[in-house]
Write a protein that binds this ligand. Structure first.
Ligand SMILES: *Cc1c(COP(=O)(O)O)cnc(C)c1O
Length: 396
């Protein structure tokens, strides 16, 4: 049996089954192809593969069956024509901008993006003559004011990390289209289970597959999804030439991760919402940031744009950095680390870890105060997570 048209299926079903053709061995679980190259039947076939006349496998830097299965599955989940798997989330962002930009181009980016992406823009793209302007995640008029004749693309993540600000994808995609700009969305935090940016008008969707797509903190990888011309040709062309390739083993882990993505996201969101309510009612908590809370400034927008609030909750304790550290140090169950999107709950002090390279002034401006804690809510029992946090909160 072979499904021809996956459009008829829900994203949850696509995540479990799409993108893979069984081999003659009739395996039920996807096979892994750890091979660097492929053998041809003849000199003619080899020539046709290299010229692209025959679309089959050539060399695993840019064609591998396991990586392709992951790419096809994720493309279908995001509703894009093409997908390119990459060695990491950062490789996905780099490959995208190397493929679409040239010296003299200008990019507008939300200021509330992953710190390493900010560094990629302000240090490395700049070196090659691409200029980036950082603007507010939520104020569309700042994006409009920043547009220049040479603006090529808008870039953002939504919700942002760690303060969960929600960007208005419809407003920004309309503005981008009106000005011949591409809208590029890093969909790492929602995944296509909660939000499909292409349906809201985005041209390119980027993933750090390292996070929720794997979901169990095992391997590093990334992906770029978009049109055949932009992603299928341009980004893959960069991959073929420059080589930040996803390994077949990692692609196989991501395929297995995608199979459980829908139920994991449901569990992450359910726990995160319960934790956000509990924290909001806690006397030692000053403020909670979670798009699923009615008190969130973009609650209505999040309700229309996302299927649920996501797995990240941040909060400020009533106190200093020392008090925030007390909450972290009193945990016995939670993982003190800076990763996110894992089935294990993770607790992070953003100001002294992920955002420590940002100047104190910029951190303050961004709201990443010293008393802020970020939780990537896992799928353990919510009561156990609360107990682990209550121990430190009660000491404040
Ligand atoms: C982690 C992360 C990245 C980078 O991904 P890597 O796989 O670590 O290279 C990019 N964007 C966001 C939003 C992330 O959280």
């Amino acid at each position: 049996m072979h499904v021809e048209n996956w459009d008829e299926f829900d994203v949850q079903t696509i995540a479990v089954r799409a993108g893979y053709d069984q081999t003659p061995e009739q395996e039920n679980s996807e096979a892994i192809f750890p091979t660097s190259s492929f053998r041809y039947e003849s000199a003619q076939q080899a020539a046709d593969r290299f010229s692209g006349k025959d679309a089959g496998n050539v060399y695993s830097r840019y064609t591998n069956p396991t990586v392709r299965a992951f790419e096809q599955r994720l493309a279908l989940m995001e509703g894009g024509e093409a997908c390119v798997g990459t060695a990491s989330g950062m490789a996905a962002i780099l490959s995208t901008f190397m493929a679409i930009c040239e010296a003299g181009d200008h990019i507008i980016s939300s200021q509330s993006i992953f710190g390493t992406t900010k560094m990629l823009f302000s240090k490395y793209l700049k070196k090659f003559g691409v200029e980036v302007t950082f603007v507010s995640q939520t104020d569309v008029s700042e994006w409009e004011a920043a547009i220049k004749d040479n603006t090529k693309a808008f870039f953002l993540e939504t919700p942002s990390n760690p303060l969960t600000e929600v960007a208005d994808l419809t407003a920004l995609s309309n503005l981008a289209k009106k000005n011949d700009c591409l809208l590029i969305v890093d969909n790492c935090f929602c995944t296509p289970i909660l939000q499909k940016p292409i349906e809201w008008g985005a041209d390119i969707v980027i993933h750090s597959a390292t996070k929720f797509l794997d979901g169990q903190g095992r391997v590093i990888g990334g992906a770029v999804v978009g049109s055949e011309s932009l992603v299928g040709e341009e980004v893959r062309g960069f991959m073929r030439t420059c080589g930040p390739t996803m390994s077949p083993f990692n692609a196989w882990v991501f395929l297995k991760g995608l199979e459980t993505l829908a139920i994991r996201m449901r569990a992450h969101c359910e726990n995160a919402l319960a934790l956000a309510y509990w924290l909001e009612a806690h006397p030692k908590v000053e403020k909670v940031f979670y798009p699923g809370l009615e008190s969130h400034p973009q609650y209505d927008l999040a309700q229309t744009q996302q299927k649920a609030g996501g797995g990240l909750v941040s909060f400020r304790v009533k106190g200093s950095q020392q008090d925030a550290w007390t909450v972290i140090d009193q945990t016995r169950l939670l993982s003190i680390t800076a990763n996110l999107g894992d089935v294990k709950t993770i607790i992070t002090h953003s100001a002294s870890t992920t955002h420590s390279r940002v100047s104190e002034e910029d951190r303050k401006k961004a709201g990443i105060t010293d008393n802020l804690i970020r939780i990537s809510v896992g799928i353990e029992s919510i009561e156990d997570i609360k107990t682990d946090l209550a121990r430190g909160l009660d000491l404040i």
